[in-house]
Design a protein around this ligand. Structure first.
Ligand code: LLP
Length: 403
C-alpha cells in the first residue's frame, strides 16, 4: 500500500506518483503472453516519458516506440538498446530522419509514399540502407473514442494496402532502403478484440503476398492500444490479445513487436491534489482543488473518467460535486457530478489511472508550473522530476524592455 498522505506531505501537491512495481507486473504479464514467439515490447514513450520510467522498462528488457527525435533521444539516454527503438509518426522532419538513421535504431515506420522518398534520399546521403517498416491503415473501426481512433481511412495515419504493396516493391528495389517490418495501430484504449484480430488478418495476408514476390519481412509490429479499466470496462486479457495476434501468423517466422503505452503505466499512476475550497451555486456543489487541466487534461479533452478517492472520510455520506481546478476555463475539471464526502481545506484527493497521458499532456497554461513526479519502488519513494518553478517557466523568454 502506498502512503499517499505521507507522499503529499513530503513532496507537496499537485503530484504524480508512479508505482514502479505495478509497472513491472504489467510488463511481465504482457511479455509472458507472447512466450513461445520472439517478441519485443517497445514501450510507447508518449504515454509517460519520464526518463526514470523509460529506464525502468529498459532494465526489464523493453524497447521504445518513439514519435519524435526528442523521444528517440530520451530512449537512448535511458539506456534502451538502439536495436529495440522504433521511430513512428505521420510527419517526420528531415533532421529527425537523419538523426534516427545515424543512431542505428531498429527501423523507421514510414507513413506515406512521400516520406519513403525522403528517407531514401537521406539514407543515400548517409551512404546507408535505411531499415524501414510501413504503417498500414487496415480501415478497421476500433470502437474507441474518435480522438484516439487511428485505423480508419478517415484518419491521417498510415497507407492503404495497395499503396503499401507498391511502396514495398519500390523499397525492395532501392539500394538505400531495407524493408524489414510491417506495422499497424488501429487506436488506443481498445477493449474489443475483434477489430484487432481483423486488422492482424489483413496485415498478415499482406505479409504472405509480399513473400510471393520475395520480400521477406522480419517484424510484425502490432502497435499499441491495449485498453485498461478506468471504471468498469471489460478489458482484454494479455493472453487473449497475444493469442488473437499469433493465430493470424501461422507459418510466418516473424518477430512480434508490440508498442504498449497505457497498459504498462496508466493504472500504476496516481495524481494527488488537495482541496482548496468548496462552494455552491444554488444547489450545484463545486470542489476546487489545486490540480487542474494543465496537470491532467484527459477529463477536459475527452470527457474521460478517472476514479477519485478521498482517504479517511469513508464514513461520511457523499453528495455529488464537480471537481474543478483554478484554471480560467469552464472546461477545467477533473470530474463532473462525482459523489464526494464534504471536504475541508487541504483534504487529499487521489485521482486514479493517471500514469498514462497524464503528466505528458500537461502544459504551463495560466503560468502554472508542472507537478513534481515521484516513483515508488519496493515501498521507497524517490523524486524523479522536480516541481517546476516560476524561474523554470520564464527561462527561455527574452523580454524586450524599453527604458
Ligand atoms: N503506437 C502508436 C503508433 C501509437 O500511436 C500509440 C498511441 C501507441 C503505440 C500507444 O498506445 P497505447 O498502448 O497507449 O494505447 N492521449 C490519448 C491517447 C493517445 C494515443 C496515441 N497513440 C489518451 O489520453 O487517451
Amino acid at each position: 500500500m502506498i502512503d499517499f498522505l505521507a507522499l503529499a506531505k513530503k513532496y507537496g501537491t499537485p503530484l504524480y506518483v508512479y508505482d514502479f512495481d505495478a509497472m513491472q507486473a504489467q510488463y511481465e504479464a504482457l511479455k509472458e503472453a507472447f512466450k513461445g514467439r520472439k517478441s519485443i515490447l517497445a514501450y510507447a514513450i508518449k504515454a509517460n516519458s519520464n526518463i526514470s520510467v523509460i529506464q525502468h522498462f529498459a532494465t526489464l528488457g523493453a524497447g521504445a516506440d518513439c514519435v519524435s527525435i526528442g523521444e528517440v533521444r530520451r530512449a537512448l539516454l535511458a539506456g534502451v538498446a538502439p536495436y529495440k527503438i522504433i521511430f513512428s509518426g505521420v510527419g517526420k522532419r528531415d533532421d529527425e530522419i537523419q538523426e534516427a538513421l545515424a543512431s542505428n535504431i531498429l527501423y523507421i515506420n514510414v507513413e506515406s509514399d512521400a516520406e519513403l522518398s525522403r528517407v531514401e534520399l537521406i539514407a543515400k546521403r548517409l551512404g546507408m540502407a535505411a531499415r524501414i517498416s510501413i504503417r498500414v491503415n487496415p480501415n478497421i473501426d476500433p470502437k474507441t473514442h474518435p480522438y484516439i481512433s487511428t485505423g480508419l481511412h478517415d484518419n491521417k495515419f498510415g497507407v492503404d494496402i495497395n499503396t503499401a504493396k507498391r511502396m514495398y516493391l519500390r523499397a525492395n528495389n532501392s539500394e538505400y532502403l531495407d524493408p524489414i517490418g510491417i506495422h499497424f495501430h488501429i487506436g488506443s484504449q481498445l477493449t474489443e478484440l475483434e477489430p484487432i484480430r481483423e486488422a492482424a488478418i489483413i496485415v498478415a495476408d499482406l505479409v504472405r503476398s509480399l513473400q510471393t514476390v520475395n520480400i521477406d519481412l522480419k517484424f510484425f509490429d502490432i502497435g499499441g492500444g491495449l485498453g485498461i479499466r478506468y471504471r468498469d470496462e471489460e478489458t482484454i486479457e494479455p493472453y487473449e490479445y497475444a493469442q488473437a495476434i499469433l493465430s493470424t501468423l501461422t507459418a510466418l517466422e516473424l518477430t512480434v513487436v508490440c508498442e504498449p503505452g497505457r497498459f504498462l503505466t496508466a493504472n500504476a499512476g496516481y495524481f494527488l491534489t488537495k482541496v482548496l475550497y468548496e462552494k455552491c451555486h444554488d444547489h450545484k456543489r463545486f470542489v476546487i482543488v489545486d490540480g487542474a487541466m494543465n496537470d491532467l487534461l484527459r477529463p477536459s479533452l475527452y470527457g474521460a473518467y478517472h476514479r477519485i478517492e478521498v482517504i479517511g472520510k469513508e464514513d461520511v455520506e457523499p453528495t455529488v460535486a464537480d471537481i474543478v481546478g483554478p484554471v480560467c476555463e469552464s472546461g477545467d475539471f477533473l470530474a463532473k457530478s462525482y459523489p464526494l464526502p464534504s471536504l475541508e481545506h487541504n483534504d487529499l484527493l487521489i485521482v486514479h489511472s493517471a500514469g498514462a497521458y497524464g503528466f505528458g499532456m500537461g502544459s504551463n497554461y495560466n503560468t502554472r508550473g508542472r507537478s513534481a513526479e515521484v516513483a515508488v519502488e519496493n515501498t521507497k519513494s524517490r523524486l524523479i522530476r522536480q516541481r517546476e518553478s516560476f524561474e523554470d517557466l520564464i527561462a527561455l523568454e527574452t523580454p524586450y524592455l524599453k527604458r
